[in-house]
Design a protein around this ligand. Structure first.
Ligand code: ADP
Length: 155
């Protein structure tokens, strides 16, 4: 008998959960897409965050619901404004890797006050580091992990 409390065991198991077991598929738009098309994509794909990629499929930006709302209350023609004008851009994007711990992602979502992160893989191109988008991890994925851990206790 290890003498560990239930809380210690729970915490140990929580600290073993990794991003790859809970991530969802990413939804991406091209940097030349219009704000109008991004809004349509957000509704059709039923996500709260879109990742913006360039022609090489490398991550260049991120769009939240409020980014698109903010752009929509101006007088601009949404069909002619590209998302690259309004997105949060690199290098100001908080990202994670598939083998990162879920608890570390949860802490980042709280400290950065954001809903989700792209799950990326680093690629080296012309002596620069670029990022390929492999997945998406959001508050919803973390909530699912939370519920799964509670049902593991019962079974
Ligand atoms: P909302 O704006 O719809 O409440 P968020 O809280 O996720 O959604 O986004 C807040 C702001 O932070 C937005 O301007 C968005 O572009 C930006 N943002 C969202 N996710 C990230 C991220 N992973 N890294 C950097 N900025 C982000």
């Amino acid at each position: 008998y290890t003498g560990k409390t239930g809380a210690q065991l729970f915490s140990e198991r929580l600290r073993k959960l990794t991003v790859k077991d809970f991530q969802s598929l990413p939804v991406v738009v091209n940097e030349s897409s219009s704000v109008y098309d991004a809004i349509v994509t957000m509704f059709l794909e039923d996500v709260g965050t879109l990742f913006v990629v360039n022609a090489e499929a490398h991550l260049v930006g991120i769009l939240s619901r409020k980014d698109l709302l903010r752009a929509s209350i101006g007088k601009q023609d949404l069909q002619s404004v590209p998302v690259s004008i309004i997105m949060t851009r690199m290098p100001n994007i908080t990202m994670c890797a598939s083998d990162d711990l879920l608890i570390d992602v949860a802490s980042l979502l709280i400290s950065k006050q954001i809903d989700g992160l792209p799950v990326v893989r680093e690629v080296k191109m012309d002596n620069a580091v670029k990022y390929e988008v492999l997945g998406r991890i959001t508050k919803t994925n973390i909530t699912k992990a939370f519920v799964q851990m509670a049902s593991d206790e019962i079974h």
